[in-house]
Structures are given as C-alpha cells and as structure tokens.
Design a protein around this ligand. Structure first.
Ligand SMILES: *[C@@H]1O[C@H](CO)[C@@H](O)[C@H](O)[C@H]1NC(C)=O
Length: 269
C-alpha cells in the first residue's frame, strides 16, 4: 500500500503541473471562497503607486519562471510585481512569494491593440525575476493541447480576487465559481456576443447561476481527462451590463490558440 501511494505521489510530482495538493472543493454555487491554495497557479499581479503595491489583475503560473495574464493588464508606465501563494490578501499567511518584475521581462502579444479588446490577442507573458519555489501552495497549471477546443458546457472554474457581484466590494479571500463553457456556435449568436467574440476566445458562464468572481488576466481552469487542471482561458472582458448578464458570458483569451507564441516567447527569453 505504501509503495502504491509513493508511486502515485511520484506520478503526480513527475507530471509537475495542474495537480493541487489542496483539492479545489468544486460545487455549483454562485461564487464562494476557494479552498486555500487549491488553485496554486493563481497569482496576483500588482502595480506600484506612491510606494505601495496594489492588486490589479490575476494571472496564472505556467512554468516556474513564467506567468500568463491579459494584455490589457499591462501598462508600460507602471512597475509591477507578482505575488504567488496568496490566499487572504488582508493577511500575511506565510506562503506568499513576492517577486519583482523587470519591465523588459513583460511580453505583451504583438497584435494586442488596447483600443480594440474585441480584436483579440489579449494575452501577455511575464518572466519572473527569480524562479517560483514550487511546493504545496505554488504549482504551475498545465497548458491544454495546442488548438484544443472545449465542448459546450465543459465544467471550468474562474478564480480571482475580483468582485463578488457587479459593483460589489473586492474580497480579501480568493474566490472561485463554476463557469460552464459556452461554445463558439452559441456564443457568437446574434443575441449573445455576435461578431464581438472570435474563434481565438473562449466564452463561459453568462447566466444567473454563474459567478462574477475572478478578475482580468486570471485563469479559466478546466479539468483534463488525466485528472490534472489546464488553464484554458485568460480572463479578458465581460458585458458592460454586468458579469451575470444572460447571454453575455465572460470572454477569455483561448490559451490553446496562442501556444506557438507562448512556446516561442519562453524559448527565446
Ligand atoms: C486598433 O484598433 C482601433 C479601433 O478598432 C483601430 O482604429 C486602429 O487602427 C487599431 N490599431 C492598429 C495598430 O491596428
């Protein structure tokens, strides 16, 4: 038995991504506190203002040295840092790893156009100035296979420190919500997002059962057949009418559409 357990542990460690030590408590509710460290790839991207750092976006650790976030989260005039192993933003709990970011180590997709979110390419990679220390609270997510398209209603989760509901306060604890995928065929219908949504995006949620949780740049995490979690989406935009608007799902940059750019960027830096 012990030998079997240690073998299973070895298999889990060898795969190296997408297998939280603290399992997410997954159920259908309208947004809730996450189990601490159950989304160990979740990061807080923070910018400096008057000597203090402020949370601005989420992101996902995809490698010990790399975080993926949204292009619109990056402003060239600001100084950033990344916090890994964060849960309660109001408390210093111990596992936090605060990593400064060198401006030259931020790679926004070359086709990102800040005047045109609906044009897509809302994705950026950040190289950490020192490697993340991986362990039970910090672990990279797996990437989906290149080009992979999730089926309609795939049970994905959004997470982040974003608002609990439109106009609500910012929570201290990491939030999560089930956000079933809405496939392109449905999401691009005229009364849904129409031509605003592109094939390089993933839609998820869009009804009163869906959470509003999470925030820009953060992960849409989806279970893979082998039991690991893959980050399929980078949170990009919601309807200006609010995040639980019927037929207006949250829109994510589809990670599986950008794997060439991700691989090339990581390989060349
Ligand atoms: C960015 O988008 C705006 C609005 O759609 C457009 O007018 C502009 O030409 C775009 N810029 C580039 C560099 O493509």
């Amino acid at each position: 038995m012990l030998r079997l357990l240690s073998f299973l542990l070895f298999v889990a460690l060898a795969s190296g991504c997408g297998r939280p030590i603290y399992n997410p408590f997954v159920r259908v509710v309208n947004g809730e506190d996450a189990v601490p460290y159950s989304w160990p790839w979740q990061v807080s991207l923070q910018y400096e203002k008057n000597g203090a750092f402020h949370h601005t976006c989420g992101g996902s650790l995809i490698d010990p040295d790399w975080v993926i976030t949204a292009g619109h989260c990056i402003s060239r005039s600001l100084t950033y840092r990344v916090v890994l192993g964060e849960y309660d933003r109001a408390e210093e709990e111990g596992p936090e790893q605060v990593i400064p970011i060198i401006p030259e180590d931020i790679f926004v997709h070359p086709l990102w156009n800040s005047s045109c979110v609906a044009c897509g390419n809302d994705i950026a990679l950040i190289k950490l100035s020192r490697s993340a220390q991986l362990g039970d609270t910090v672990q990279p997510a797996c990437l989906p296979p290149a080009g992979y398209i999730l089926p309609n209603e795939a049970p994905c989760y959004i997470s982040g420190w974003g608002r609990l509901y439109t106009g609500g306060p910012l929570p201290d604890m990491l939030q999560q919500a089930l956000l079933p995928v809405v496939d392109y065929e449905h999401c691009s219908r005229r009364d849904w997002w129409g031509s605003v949504v592109k094939k390089t995006m993933v839609c998820a949620g869009g009804d009163i059962l869906s959470g509003c949780n999470g925030d820009s740049g953060g992960p849409l995490s989806c279970p893979a057949a082998d039991g690991s979690w893959q980050v399929h989406g980078v949170t990009s935009f919601v309807s200006s009418l609010g995040c639980n608007t019927v037929k207006k799902p949250t829109v994510f940059t589809r990670v599986s559409a950008f794997e060439d750019w991700i691989k090339e960027t990581i390989a060349s830096h």
